[in-house]
Ligand binder design. Structure first.
Ligand code: HEM
Length: 443
């Protein structure tokens, strides 16, 4: 018999209601969300309001001035004197400007080259491991850290520092909110660790910018004209042009913006830091959880192995995206209402959400709504990508999504290519929000 979550919820004392919801979201999200969609698609708890239907979630996420990211502001450096990071801005000039500049910098034409880089670093780590590895620290976190150094250009630093900075930043932003119910001591500890990391990160980025700026200015000036001449000659003999070494930080520094664009060096620095923060812990969690999902299901493991052997990666890519619907990095995205707003007007579920309410848009539930997908409980890699929320939705959708869409499946694929792949431990979260330890072996 299916469990009746709402009956238990209604019978609980007020103080116990949201803790129950939180427990179910962590341990049994899919049946809980199914009941919400069927019986109470807008659940008003004493702590926050949950939206469970695809249409309501899509609607809310498309109104960033009403369902805001204000909860990001204290976590992303927004103060009276500092604008902080673009992600903490809703549909304003800064967000519009910087998101579009950064989308241009992360030129999608780079993706095949980026994927090849991921393939090489992933393969090398696995070759060197000689048949067994703890994947979370040595692979799931390390491969994106290498990408951050080589492609984004945050180099000349111990990768362990990059991992630490991404970890505490992500922890404080996404898992230290009022609805995470962390006791005060734990809350303060996470805030402190993040604050220490922010100081280190700013120091590092400052030195990085000076170093790269000098390299770019001096090398471009010294070799720029000479290279142009050489490349004209090479073109005559149909040889590939020689290009100066490029990465995203250098690319940003090489680009000159008119003053009126308002993208000075300080904003380049802030955005360089954002690339790191977004890339590591998200990718690590996604790869670790997908690996566990496949390894725990021998049929899917065999199917994923067969797909990985193909030169065309579209089958393994689709399998990985479908797996992430079942094990996303978060079952929701959170927003805060900036005004009273009545959602789902004219329906049975019409609800007024008062100003200041924290709202959990249950994006995992949206991906199991029959509005989005037929037979949503079935694993089926052949699904419409536009109804997938793993990279967010609307104006805040993920800046790094095309990098992630290449990186995550390629990392899974390189593991799948090993023969007789198996887990030699369970996955350990060590009481935190992220996978911390998972051992695998192969023949
Ligand atoms: C590869 C490097 C990555 C970078 C540089 C990156 C960066 C970003 C940035 C800057 C945003 C905010 C965009 C905005 O506010 O307009 C964002 C949003 C988001 N990213 Fe990423 N990200 C990366 C990888 C990932 C991965 C691997 C995942 C999950 C599998 C992910 C999931 C998300 C989600 C769900 C959002 C939306 C958050 C919200 O709406 O509140 N990202 N990302």
């Amino acid at each position: 018999m299916t469990k009746n979550y709402l009956k238990e919820y209604d019978a609980a004392a007020d103080a116990d209601k949201y803790p129950l919801v939180q427990k179910w979201m962590k341990t049994e999200p899919l049946p809980f969300f199914k009941q919400l969609r069927a019986e109470r698609p807008i659940l008003v708890t004493p702590e926050c309001t949950l939206l469970a239907l695809f249409t309501d979630i899509r609607d809310a996420l498309q109104m960033p001035k009403i369902f805001t990211v204000d909860l990001y502001k204290p976590k992303m450096g927004v103060t009276d004197t500092d604008e902080g990071y673009l992600m903490a801005h809703d549909d304003d000039a800064l967000h519009y400007r910087e998101k579009s500049i950064m989308q241009g910098m992360l030129n999608r034409d780079d993706i095949p080259r980026v994927r090849k880089g991921i393939q090489d670093s992933a393969k090398k780590i696995l070759d060197d491991a000689n048949g067994s590895i703890e994947i979370v620290n040595n692979y799931c976190r390390m491969v994106p850290a290498i990408m951050v150094q080589e492609y984004f250009g945050l180099d000349g630093i111990d990768p362990q520092k990059l991992l630490k900075w991404s970890f505490w930043n992500q922890y404080n932003t996404f898992h230290n909110q009022p609805f995470d119910l962390n006791p005060k001591e734990k809350f303060d500890y996470i805030v402190d660790e993040h604050a220490k990391c922010s100081v280190e990160l700013v120091d590092y980025i400052t030195v990085l910018m000076v170093r790269k700026l000098l390299t770019v200015k001096i090398k471009d000036r010294l070799f720029g004209t000479a290279l142009k001449v050489i490349n004209v000659l090479r073109a005559v003999v149909k040889k590939e042009p020689i290009v100066l070494k490029d990465d995203i930080v250098k690319r940003m520094l090489r680009t000159s913006f008119a003053e009126q664009v308002d993208f000075p060096l300080t904003r380049i620095g802030t955005n360089a830091g954002g690339l790191l923060i977004g890339a590591v812990e998200t990718t690590s969690q996604a790869v670790a959880q997908v690996m566990q999902y496949f390894i725990d299901r021998p049929d899917l493991l065999a199917q994923a192995k067969a797909a990985s052997l193909k030169e065309d990666t579209s089958d393994i890519d689709a399998m990985v995206w479908e797996a992430l619907r079942f094990v996303p990095i978060s079952p929701y995205m959170f927003r805060q209402a900036s005004q009273d707003y009545t959602l789902a007007k004219g329906t049975d579920r019409e609800t007024t959400i008062p100003k200041g309410t924290n709202v959990l848009t249950l994006t995992q539930s949206a991906m199991f709504d029959t509005y989005a997908y037929e037979n949503p409980d079935e694993f089926n890699p052949d699904r419409n990508w536009y109804h997938n929320f793993n990279y967010g939705f609307a104006s805040h959708d993920c800046l790094g999504k095309y990098v992630g869409m290449a990186m995550i499946p390629e990392m899974v694929r390189q593991l799948m290519l090993r023969d007789d792949l198996r887990a030699t431990s369970t996955m350990d979260y060590k009481d935190g929000p992220f996978p911390e330890e998972y051992h695998v072996a192969w023949s």
